[in-house]
Each structure stands twice: as structure tokens, then as C-alpha cells.
Design a protein around this ligand. Structure first.
Ligand code: ATP
Ligand code: MG
Length: 752
């Protein structure tokens, strides 16, 4: 037991009265419902410190749920700092992390093998695909991606195949059949997908009386950050864990609910007062993060949503600078803009990691990366690139998994012919058929399927022998040594070393990075053994870590670099300078989300993005963008129009020209525009000689002031030109659809 520290003054000194009231509230259920940057996470952290220091609550009886593993580590550090009590034994983590921990501890009761491995999203989909094939269903009619989504949705509703009633619907019955077969395959292989982690842990606590009683007795206080993104299963699990006496402390913001596609339901916020009797709602309205302007923009935008629980943020800080909006020619110009701004900021004393670039889709990061590399700026991608999801890393991990559990079919399939060993698709298909017929794993099949495999049998045997040799060598070795050995003896290093390309080089570097990762892991595992967890061999530990961390790539501690991440990954974080790039309709709001009627969720995501910024927010859109290999003309995001206009400042120097006579003056400003970009400095309206522009533009056959027609936008008048050669763009005032910038080479204009 810890002696309560009686003097709580230092603990609550840095809190406003509303926050203080929440932190020191009686030990009853509370929901802190408050907007971005109002100190929810801070309150939650202080609450934990308060419980331990002032209420004498043991860290062991606290369960804290955060949104990422990184947030968990930060929260732990922060609490230790606040109260100077080691809290290693406290359970802090994500829902998945906590579920995983429980399943490791109670693998038997949960019906799992001790070495169960985690199937990541990609492997899950492959397995589902194989199952579909095995059931003789057509790929086209049963796309693996959709089916996987359906299965996960069932799991998120805590529905097992046998609980889905037969309603005589053919499609549904087939889906249930796939689900059953998939589940059976997972059991056979000893693998667990992400949704399964939660469902198993939930079922374990719900169905096993002893375990339920144990955790209900143990966790007296359950504290949840980002509560708005709790899905149905997580919520039910929480209720079971809390039992009749656990005290809930949840913090969240309905306006930041951005995971409905993963089953998150804001309604759980409303359900709290029903399910947790006496739950009082606490509101915080003062924002401590952002400038007045940024807040005004965020408030203005989110006001367009309906069905909000309603709140308004204010700050007593200064208004700060307007949001700077940059209209780029294309994605490279946009990235160049970001780079130049970051350089300027760092030049005037900012750190790289005070700059964050946020985007809607992972694929947008590639060009940004390219430009950052070119400019030699250090950067780190969170989430997007997913170290543990790269091809070469997954190959190496698959070998490790096989060393560990020969029945891991996903691992087997991945590397049986990587690097190439002359084991073709037909052989693998035969092996699969054999394994299916016998109800055994591919590995087991490989041992006895000589006849079915014919001439390839010896090659498959050779592969198995290779794995056995590596496994024998791995005995009593350090994890990093095993990993290195596997990378070399599997032939992976040679395989990737043969290619002479930059990508191949990067892959080799990544493989080396994997060895470093295992080494770092060995060290940290020595330092911080998991309390209560059974002795796990380091390999299992590491594989689990890899599976849970994928999608959460973290910067090395202390490394100062520009932060790149998707908007989803930015939730809960804050940065001095934020760039929201790709503000184009179709990208953000995302076309699919709009089609599916999720515009409001996209708007909440934009609200999340805006409210990450402390001092200065930049937004940008490109009029022409190549993404996923397709070049498209972009329209500025509707969200830009929804911001209060006074919060925005357009960065591209506008030219006040609408007549041919002023062409030279107009293009002079374009020169200035390019000049300031190169100088990475604020735009200045210097007049440079620039009548070249008018001539070049004229080469395309349009003069300023000319009347033109566009197939989509109708008739309009040419206002001005910018850029050069292929990059020339043209501004047209369309009578029906307003003023737009178009790439001249793509615009398909006809003179009228
Ligand atoms: P989000 O909704 O984005 O998760 P949040 O409500 O969790 O935001 P915090 O991250 O806890 O907000 O706080 C936002 C910022 O304001 C942090 O930098 C925090 O340290 C600071 N802050 C919060 N409360 C106070 C306070 N009373 N005095 C000074 N700074 C504060
Ligand atoms: Mg927070």
C-alpha cells in the first residue's frame, strides 16, 4: 500500500477550477465531456495521480486506457513525475494492448495456445481470401476485403458465427460459412486477429466467473481517454470489468469521434449515465492549446454538424495569426511550400518536431517524404509507413513465426517460396488442398504430402529442413542473434541484395533496422518485465510487440524531426505548427466517406486536425494532384468554405488583373510568388519583369480576358496565368460555377 500524500496542493496547482473539481471529485462515476485542448487528458492524468497520492488507491487497482501505446508511455511518465511514486505495476495501455495482456495471462482459460500470434490486418485478409477460395466461392463475388470487414464488424458486435441466426438469406449464410471456416483456421494456426483480441478478452471476462471476479475485485478505478471512440465491444468489456463497484472516469469529445468505421459509437457517451448509475457529466470549456483564431475556425467548422452534444471553446490567450491557406499547382508545389515553411520556422529557432504535417490518406506522405529528403530535413512518419508492415520485414517476421510455431500457415505461405525456391503456385495450391482435406496445417501437410506434390515434394522438404536447421540454431540464442541468423540463412539478405535499386537498398537497411529493433527490445524487456505476465520467450514477446506496434511507428526518443501522420493518428496530440495538406474535395472530405453519408465524420476529422495546432495553422490544396497514379484536377475542400473567412489568409499573391492590357503586371506578381517560395520567406509584392508569362500563355491560344468554355464548369473569362511550361495554370471566372484555377495543359478549354 502507498501512503497517501496529504498535501495535494502541488498536484492541483496547475489546473483551473473546473479541472480541479474533476480531478478531486468524489470516488464516483464521471464523464468529462469537453472540446479539444481543454485539458481532458491532463485531467485524466492528474486524476490518477490524485487517486494514488491523495486517496491512497493502489496503482494495482487502476486500469487506464489510452488511445495509443505512445500515449500510454507518456501518461505513465507524467504520473510518476507528478507524484514521485513508481507505477510500473499499473495497467495503462490501449484496449488492444490490455486485451492482449489478459489473454497471455489466461491463455488456457481463453482457449488459446500459449504461443498464440497476432494476425495483422494484411495477413487476416489473405487468410480470408484463402478461405473463400477453399469454399469454392468466386473471388469477384466475395471480395476478401469486404468479407474481412464484415467478419470484423460481427466481432465488434460480439457475434460468433453460431449466434447469427439463419434468416434464409443466401448471402448472409455464405458469409457466416466463411466466418466459421476462417475462425476454425485461426484456431488451428494459433493466431488471433485484432478484433479477436478484444472479443476473446471480453468473452473471457464475461464467461469465466473466477476471472471476472478477480478483475472486478482488482480494478477499482477505470479511466478512459478518448472515450468517444470506444466501440460496442470495448464498452461491454468495460462494463464487465467495472462490475458493480468499479468507478469509471471517462473523458471525451463527441466532436472528435472519428472511428465510426471501426465501430465506435458516440452513443456510448449517452449510455454512460444509464449504465453507470450516478455518472455526472463535467464540462470544460477553456482551451489552453490554440490561438483564438484557430479556435474560432474550429468552432465555426464544427458548428455545421448536427446532433452535437454542444459546447463552445474559448481561450483567454491571444488571437494569433490567421490560418495561412496555400493554393498549390500540384502536390510537389504543395510539399515544397511545407518544406520552405518548416525551414523558415526552424531558421527562426523552432524545433523540427514542433512541425506536424497531417493528411487524410497515408499515400499522400510519399511526395512529402520525397521533398523532405531532398531538402535534407529529418522527418518521421507515424502510422503510415508501418515499419512492421513492410514487405521485407514481414518476410523476416514470417520466418521467425515459423521457427516459433510450425503450424502458422500465414507465415508458411508467405515464405515457402521467398526467396524463390522453385516452389510454384500450383505446388502451394496442392499443398493447401491436401491440408484442407486432412484438416491439418500446411507444415504438417508438407511432411506427408509427397504423393500429392509429386516432383516438387523434395523442394518443399528442403524448405522444411531449412526451417528446422534455423530453429535448432536458435536454441538459447539471443533474439537479435536469431533474427540476424534468419535474415542471412533464409536467403532474404541475398535476395534483396541482388536488386540494384534504391528501394532494394532501403529494404536491406530495414532488415538491419529489424535487428536493431530486436536488440533494443532485448534491453527494454530486461528493464521492464511485465508484472504478472507469465514468462514468455523473447521471440513471442517481440512478435507480439511487432504486431501491436505496427501502425504506430514511433520516433526514437529525443530525436528531433518533422512529424508526419494521418489525421486519424494525430488525435490527442498537439504541435506548435500544423500543416493540413490536401484540402481538396474527394481527398478531404474523402470521396468514399461522402458517398457513404459520413460527411459529418469527415468534418469532425477536420476539427481534430485544426485543433492540433497551437500557434500557427497552414492549410493547402493542389489544383492538380497525382495520387494512386491518377492525375486529377482538384477543387478546394468544402471545409475551407465553411471556415469563418476572417480566420483565413490566402497565401498566393492574387493579381488584380482582368484585362489583357495588364498582363505584364499580372505575371510580374507571379514572379514574386515564385521568388518568395524559393526564399522560403513571406510573400512580398515586389514587381519583377515578367512579361514572358503572357507570351507563353498566349502560346496555348488564350489571351487574358478571352471568353472560354469548359465542359464541366461552363463559360467564363480568363483572368490570369501563372507558372511556366507544363505547369502553367489559368484562372477563369466561370459565370455559373465561380472563379477557379485550372492547369492549362489539362483544362480542355475551347474559345467561344
Ligand atoms: P484533445 O481533445 O485534443 O485530446 P485535451 O482536452 O485532452 O485535448 P490536453 O491535451 O489535456 O487537452 O491539454 C491541451 C493543452 O493545454 C496541453 O498542452 C495542456 O498541458 C494544456 N493545459 C490544459 N489545462 C491547462 C491549465 N489549467 N493550465 C495550463 N495549461 C493547461
Ligand atoms: Mg486528449
Amino acid at each position: 500500500m502507498f501512503e497517501p500524500v496529504v498535501d495535494i496542493a502541488p498536484l492541483v496547482a496547475a489546473l483551473n477550477p473546473a479541472q480541479r473539481a474533476a480531478v478531486t471529485a468524489p470516488l464516483e462515476h464521471r464523464l468529462v465531456l469537453a472540446g479539444a485542448g481543454s485539458g481532458k487528458t491532463r485531467v485524466l492524468t492528474h486524476r490518477i495521480a490524485y487517486l494514488i497520492a491523495a486517496e491512497g488507491v493502489s496503482p494495482l487497482s487502476i486500469l487506464a486506457v489510452t488511445f495509443t501505446n505512445k500515449a500510454a508511455a507518456e501518461m505513465r511518465a507524467r504520473i510518476e513525475q507528478l507524484i514521485d511514486v513508481p507505477i510500473r505495476a499499473m495497467w495503462v495501455g490501449t484496449f488492444h494492448g490490455i486485451a492482449h495482456r489478459m489473454l497471455r495471462m489466461h491463455f488456457r482459460e481463453a482457449g488459446l495456445i500459449q504461443n498464440f500470434q497476432i494476425l495483422d490486418a494484411d495477413d487476416q485478409q489473405r487468410l480470408v481470401k484463402r478461405i473463400i477460395k477453399g469454399l469454392d466461392l468466386a473471388d469477384e463475388q466475395w471480395p476478401a476485403k469486404t468479407v474481412t470487414g464484415w467478419i470484423n464488424a460481427q466481432k465488434e458486435q460480439a457475434r460468433r458465427p453460431e449466434q447469427i441466426s439463419d434468416q434464409g438469406d443466401y448471402n448472409q449464410n455464405q458469409l457466416v460459412r466463411i466466418y466459421s471456416a476462417y475462425q476454425a483456421a485461426c484456431e488451428r494456426q494459433g493466431v488471433v486477429d485484432f478484433a479477436e483480441l478484444l472479443l476473446r478478452a471480453y468473452e473471457l471476462c464475461r464467461d469465466n466467473r473466477d476471472i471476472q471476479a478477480h478483475y472486478q475485485r482488482r480494478f477499482r478505478h477505470l479511466l478512459i481517454d478518448e472515450f468517444q471512440d470506444t466501440n460496442t465491444l470495448q464498452y461491454r468489456w468495460l462494463r464487465v470489468l467495472a462490475g458493480a463497484s468499479g468507478v469509471l472516469f471517462a473523458v471525451g469529445d463527441d466532436d472528435q469521434s472519428v472511428y465510426s468505421w471501426r465501430g465506435a459509437r458516440v452513443e456510448h457517451m449517452l449510455a454512460l449515465s444509464r449504465d453507470f448509475v450516478g455518472c455526472e457529466v463535467v464540462r470544460l470549456e477553456q482551451n489552453y492549446r490554440s490561438t483564438g483564431t484557430i479556435l474560432k475556425a474550429a468552432n465555426g467548422l464544427i458548428a455545421k454538424n448536427s446532433g452535437r452534444l454542444g459546447k463552445n471553446l474559448w481561450t483567454d490567450g491571444s488571437d494569433g495569426e490567421p490560418i495561412q491557406l496555400y493554393a498549390a499547382y500540384n502536390e510537389y508545389d504543395e510539399a515544397e511550400f511545407v518544406v520552405s515553411r518548416i525551414k523558415a520556422q526552424v531558421g527562426s529557432g523552432a524545433r523540427y518536431d514542433e512541425n506536424a504535417v497531417l493528411y487524410r490518406m497515408g499515400a499522400q506522405s510519399r511526395v512529402l517524404e520525397e521533398m523532405l529528403i531532398r531538402a535534407r530535413l529529418p522527418y518521421r512518419i507515424y502510422g503510415g509507413l508501418r515499419f512492421f508492415e513492410r514487405q521485407e520485414i514481414k518476410d523476416a517476421l514470417a520466418y521467425l513465426r515459423l521457427l516459433h510455431n510450425r503450424d502458422d500457415d500465414s507465415g508458411f505461405e508467405r515464405v515457402v517460396n521467398t526467396p524463390a525456391r522453385g516452389i510454384g503456385a500450383t505446388t502451394v495450391e496442392r499443398l493447401r488442398g491436401f491440408a484442407r482435406a486432412q484438416g491439418i496445417s500446411l507444415w504438417q501437410a508438407a511432411q506427408i504430402a509427397d504423393e500429392a506434390l509429386g516432383r516438387s515434394a523434395s523442394k518443399v522438404k528442403a524448405f522444411c529442413a531449412l526451417i528446422e536447421t534455423m530453429a535448432a540454431r536458435a536454441q538459447d540464442q539471443l533474439l537479435s542473434k536469431i533474427t540476424e541468423d534468419v535474415i542471412v540463412h533464409s536467403g532474404l539478405r541475398e535476395h534483396y541484395g541482388k536488386e540494384k535499386s534504391e528501394q532494394a537498398e532501403a529494404r536491406l537497411e530495414n532488415l538491419d533496422e529489424l535487428i536493431s529493433a530486436t536488440r533494443a527490445f532485448e534491453l527494454s524487456a530486461l528493464e521492464a518485465p511485465i508484472e504478472g505476465a507469465p514468462e514468455l520467450d523473447p521471440l513471442t514477446h517481440f512478435l507480439t510487440h511487432a504486431a501491436l506496434e505496427s501502425g504506430e511507428q514511433q520516433a526514437a526518443p529525443g530525436e528531433d524531426c518533422v512529424q508526419l501522420m494521418t489525421l486519424h493518428a494525430a488525435k490527442g496530440l498537439e504541435f506548435r505548427f500544423v500543416f493540413l495538406v490536401g484540402m481538396e474535395n474527394g481527398i478531404f472530405p474523402h470521396a468514399r466517406a461522402v458517398d457513404e453519408g459520413n460527411l459529418e465524420e469527415e468534418r469532425r476529422l477536420c476539427y481534430v486536425g485544426i485543433t492540433r495546432a497551437r500557434q500557427q495553422l497552414y492549410m493547402s490544396y493542389a489544383e492538380l494532384r497525382r495520387l494512386h497514379g491518377i492525375e486529377q484536377i482538384g477543387m478546394p475542400s468544402q471545409f475551407l468554405r465553411e471556415l469563418p473567412p476572417e480566420t483565413l489568409q490566402e497565401l498566393r499573391p492574387r493579381v488584380n488583373v482582368s484585362r489583357p492590357a495588364f498582363a505584364a503586371a499580372g505575371s510580374a506578381e507571379v514572379g514574386a510568388a515564385r521568388a518568395w517560395r524559393n526564399a522560403s520567406d513571406a510573400p512580398e509584392r515586389t514587381h519583377l519583369p515578367g512579361n514572358m508569362r503572357a507570351q507563353e500563355a498566349a502560346g496555348f491560344g488564350f489571351a487574358l480576358g478571352a471568353r472560354v468554355r469548359h465542359e464541366r464548369f461552363g463559360e467564363g473569362t480568363v483572368l490570369q496565368f501563372e507558372g511556366d511550361g507544363e505547369r502553367t495554370r489559368i484562372q477563369i471566372k466561370f459565370a455559373q460555377t465561380g472563379t477557379k484555377w485550372l492547369m492549362l495543359s489539362m483544362a480542355n478549354l475551347v474559345a467561344v
